[in-house]
Write a protein that binds this ligand. Sequence first.
Ligand code: ZN
Ligand code: ZN
Length: 401
Amino acid sequence: MSVRDEAARLAGEIAELRHAIHREPEIGLDLPKTQDKVLRALDGLPLEISTGRALSSVTAVLRGSAHSRRPGPVVLLRGDMDALPVTEETGLPYASTVPGVMHACGHDLHTAMLAGAARLLCARRAGLPGTVIFMFQPGEEGQAGARHMIREGVLEAAGERPVAAYALHVTSNRLPCGVFSTRPGPILAAADQITVTVHGRGGHASQPHLAADPIPAACEMVLALQTLVTRKFDVFDPVVITVGSFQAGNTDNVIPDRARFLATARSYSASSQARLADSVPRLITEIARAHGLTADAEYATEYPVTVNDAAEAEFALRTITETFGSERGVRGEFPIPGAEDFSFVLDEVPGAFVFLGAVPPGTDAATAPTNHSAVAAFDDAALAEGTALYAELALRRLAQG
Ligand SMILES: [Zn+2]
Ligand SMILES: [Zn+2]
């Protein structure tokens, strides 16, 4: 039986696990109920299982018995498990029962598909030419769970480092159901946060010369950041800076002591990210100084650029088209402006991040609600396909040696 047929045979139990996780979503690094469901799904399989210390991760190692004398190459498959602080409005029969928490990014599908792939590959253990690490990861939505798992040794879980690492991500729009997409090079942006406080000296609004007004200087900084983007960065290596919060004073006739703003910065190369981290604080503090003020400018690098290894992305595309047909694999023209902590894994191990369309039937992919929306819907039909791709990627990559 082909891997696809086997995945289709498991579709019912994969969907059941997905619905159970979807009903009881959890946020952040501590997901005890989700972890418990994963452990129960893996129970009885020939896996070496360990759980995280600082987070409720699950790492499962499957050693093929085909080459029992040598461990063989190692491949890592990752699925993230956390939900978002969103109130679900889909009206689905398995909708969230936890107020204010929803699997709005489809990580419930990733967890269930990875558990399905573990079951499928365990059944093929006798012919498995190497070792597979299954990485069930909490805290993708802002808590850098992947970095925590790397610190706790997920990349060394099999005794030697993986030769390749793969992650799947479902999308509730953009790609028709069952269509995969990836690209060599950058596939998702780096996301950083800029926090600025401009320190002035408050006073009467009619006599600004006796005070030190932080507001005009802060406004100048907001505009100068846009100029920085267009004058200091290559148009073919784009950078986005958006000031999303600006706060100063609370009435018309008082000059406040300080002004504060928050911005997000997105970039698509490590060199641009490094240049932003260096040039943004300098621009802010020098503008403050020019006005006789001081400013604190904190540039916090959050997630690096997610960069697919060129050969691994081509391998993933080949695997997709050979397994599902050429119409099911799309070479992404541009990266997506979101960010992902699988970037920390791809900084250590060559690999590929692959999108999978999960748009429900009857919905137009072009206008469907995006991931993170309260009405984002992901169709169960994607589950068997994602499970099959996880398994095919591992089997084919291990066979390459
Ligand atoms: Zn998300
Ligand atoms: Zn996500």
